[in-house]
Design a protein around this ligand. Structure first.
Ligand code: SIN
Length: 496
């Protein structure tokens, strides 16, 4: 692996086995054009590695490999697919520190959070190794008695998986594991900011014995033409994407001519509702988790704190204290609780939303200007804004940064209406001690997921996904593998 400065070199020493080529048909290789692109450490802006830069010709090779591997992989026994996935789970688990160091290096999050991500990522491999042998069908006598109806699951075919930078490992295993369990082969395009975790995972999969061509990984700095080329290939049958709603819309349009199956995990604008009967200390604890995980760079990050008037002073005071106590610094410094954002552009975007809200009359209780920003240009100190007016941009946009915006309400109906006043519908969080109210909120919130007295809902065994403009389909749980399966029905003449 090419190393940056001495300091960066030391920090990536544990990741020295990370490949920097692309994996196509079981071969590690350079791009056909011989191009490479740099991967940056968001904490310093230094180049930590260069990786192969795939173009459309490489995409065609990867499609050839995925299509060629499909007949054998889809015919492999469920037990074999399960065993391979379990071996990959064990390898990721055993090499967790190496993966965590790499995630921190290329994405910036504190090491403790990277360790949590690696555990989360490994869980998808374990869960789908267990699901691979439980893909059932049905058999029934037709109501009229003249036939028997058999339904079975068939893998959809070669899939394109497009993954984001915010969880460079977990968003990959959440797609790859169910795809492989179902018998599909894949072309994976990781985010250009964070290709190294994907490449290390690919190496671990190859070392575990995954047949050539089942997983092909294309790192690229030119995702548009590459993705368009793969989606235009008649052999691709499915697209799974995690990223912004804006890019998701464009990909849906590209998937339309081939009438591809799609799973789209898109943007959120999560409400975090604190009712007047809530345990406020628990709500503050949950708010810290829901806001600061990954520095707020998550589609399930709490984006709008909707707080009952009567408890708002305590909630705002408690949250302000916790935000001020954050230690902002590089992710590999064990004292840091908040790392850099992925780039200076992302930092400026989040700071711009804060500035706009203040200009519209929001009260800055904690402001990013209060202390030193951190060693590099991508760091942003936490922010807490109270009484944010709905006219501010921050009310509608995904913040993707450590800024908490508080909106106040007086009645339950008003709080839930505010929560639903968005085109997104990924997750909502509610804090209440009243079970009836919790049930009313679960039923009223226009979201795919609801956290009740919890600021964290993500789990490999649960269906992750949204409604409205937050996406299509679910990942995780029993349902996640169905995204990679087609139902085939056979009608069999009944014996005379
Ligand atoms: C995401 O932000 O895209 C996913 C977060 C999660 O799985 O918890």
């Amino acid at each position: 692996m090419q190393q940056g400065t001495d300091a960066a070199g030391q920090r990536i020493a544990g990741a020295a086995r990370t490949p920097t080529g692309m994996l196509v048909g079981g071969e590690w290789r350079e791009s056909r054009e011989g191009a490479r692109f740099p991967v940056l450490d968001p904490a310093t802006g230094e180049v930590i590695a260069t990786v192969a830069d795939a173009g459309v010709e490489d995409a065609a090779d990867a499609m050839d490999a995925a299509a060629a591997a499909f007949p054998r992989w889809s015919a492999a026994s469920p037990r074999r697919r399960a065993a391979l996935l379990h071996d990959v789970f064990t390898a990721v688990h055993d090499r967790a520190e190496e993966f965590a160091a790499l995630v921190t290096l290329e994405m910036g999050k504190p090491l403790a959070e990277s360790r949590a991500e690696v555990a989360y990522a490994a869980d998808f491999l374990r869960w789908y190794s267990e699901e691979a042998v439980r893909l059932t069908g049905t058999f029934r006598t037709a109501p009229g008695g003249a036939a028997r109806h058999l339904t079975l699951n068939r893998p959809v075919g070669p899939c394109l998986l497009v993954t984001p930078w915010n969880f460079p490992l977990a968003m990959i295993t959440r797609k790859v594991a169910p795809a492989l369990a179902a018998g599909c082969t894949v072309v994976l395009k990781p985010a250009e900011e964070t290709p190294l975790s994907a490449l290390l995972l690919a190496r671990v999969m190859a070392e575990a014995g995954l047949p050539a061509g089942v997983v092909n990984v294309l790192s690229t700095s030119r995702p548009g033409p590459l993705v368009e080329a793969v989606l235009g290939d008649r052999r691709i049958r499915k697209l799974s994407f995690t990223g912004s709603t804006e890019v998701g819309r464009r990909l849906l349009a590209l998937a339309a001519p081939g009438v591809l199956r799609t799973s789209m995990e898109l943007g959120g604008n999560a409400p975090f509702v604190v009712f007047d009967d809530a345990d406020v200390d628990a709500a503050v604890e949950g708010a810290v988790a829901a806001k600061l995980r990954n520095g707020g760079q998550s589609c399930v990050a709490a984006n709008r704190f909707i707080v009952a008037d009567s408890v708002a002073p305590r909630f705002v005071g408690g949250l302000a204290e916790r935000l001020r106590a954050q230690v902002v610094g590089p992710g590999d410094d064990p004292r840091s609780t908040l790392g850099p954002l992925i780039s200076q552009a992302q930092r400026d975007r989040a700071a711009g939303l804060v500035d706009d809200a203040v200009a519209h009359g929001a009260e800055p209780v904690v402001h990013y200007g209060e202390g030193a920003a951190g060693p590099g240009d991508a760091f942003l100190r936490p922010v807490l804004l109270d009484r944010v007016p709905p006219s501010a941009e921050i009310a509608r946009k995904e913040i993707f940064g450590p800024a908490a915006a508080v909106y106040r309400f007086s009645t339950e109906e008003e709080g839930l209406a505010l929560a639903n006043d968005t085109r997104s519908g990924l997750v909502g969080y509610v804090y209440t001690r009243d079970l009836d109210r919790a049930v009313r909120a679960i039923e009223a919130l226009e979201c795919g997921m609801v956290g009740v007295n919890r600021g964290h809902v993500s789990d490999a065994s649960a269906p992750f996904g949204g409604v409205k403009e937050s996406g299509l389909g679910r990942e995780g749980g029993e349902i996640g593998v169905q995204e990679y399966l087609e139902t085939r029905y056979a009608s069999i003449a009944a014996p005379a």
